[in-house]
Design a protein around this ligand. Sequence first.
Ligand SMILES: [Fe+2]
Length: 362
Amino acid sequence: MNSRADQYWGFWPLLPLYPFGQRRTLRRELVPGQVWSFEQLQGVFFVAVPIRMTAVKLKAGLLLYAPVAATAECIGLVRELEAEHGPVLSIVHPTSSGLEHKVGVPAMARAFPQAEVWVTPGQWSFPLPLPLSWLGFPSRRTRVLFEDGLPHEDELTWVQLGPVPLGPGPFCEATVLHQASGSLLCTDGLIAVSERWPELLDLDPKPMLYHGRNDGLEPMDDCPERRLRGWKRLVLFATCLKPRAVEQVWRSYPFRWQPGWEADFDAISRGAQLRVAPILEDLVFPRHRQQMTQWMRHCAELPVQRLVPAHFDAPIACSPAQFDALAEAWEQQDEPQAEQLDRSFLRAFNRQIERLGLVPKA
Ligand SMILES: [Fe+2]
């Protein structure tokens, strides 16, 4: 199950992100016999980091959390689990704002026509407010978490993060504890970033080698040092959008990194500690910090052993005490981190590579 045809994803024009129509899926068993992650690369031309769907075993079958692209390869990997653990019972779209998690849901729902589909409250689309059925969600079997009920409540504990009002619609995330394994699934809220790059990037190291160069004349030869440099820079792009230490230079190679840029990676990573994602910290929570505190305090009351977010490291070992400590630190921090954000950078970058014909026009 790893031919290029099996990795083809026909819906990529909906969200034209690298690696476009070709998506490899890596399945990893995070908790033996109970929790699996399905990872695919996703990003804007060469700023590609993995995105994760998680499957958990229930008594009568499986639940899929945060679907990725339903390629033949990915569906085949889920079917292998179904053969052993029972059918996919529920598919959960756990965020109201992360488009990268929404775009794969309708195709995954079609692949498992018996499954119920659950979404977070406050779904919105931009620029037009289209109903979910127009976006391909099956209306007969799509229900809203917390409003229409909660699936598998005897085996799962659901905790809502948000809603936080944003410009076009709210930020809201449905997180869930799989009681049998002590695994808490979340989407974008918390991350941990380590120097160990994801296994998936070893299968397609081009993005790391591209960014691991210091100038456009340097070859993309493969070596661990270049991979690590490239991984750290991918992290900075993916978490900050416009890293402070990079200047854009439009010619053969578009980036020039200032000395000391690695300190910015260390500031994001904090030695691979669990933390609130920088983009949320700066864009979503500055005026609604209390909602993050409430969610952390709620998680601290649950028997959590590990966290599985949709991005970066997973699983992350953690305990209720760590959630309390995180809430404490979050409450005491008056001002959000001064990580400079500049969304115009990647937009300009996109326009540039569109003009050069490197990516299809959005
Ligand atoms: Fe996300």
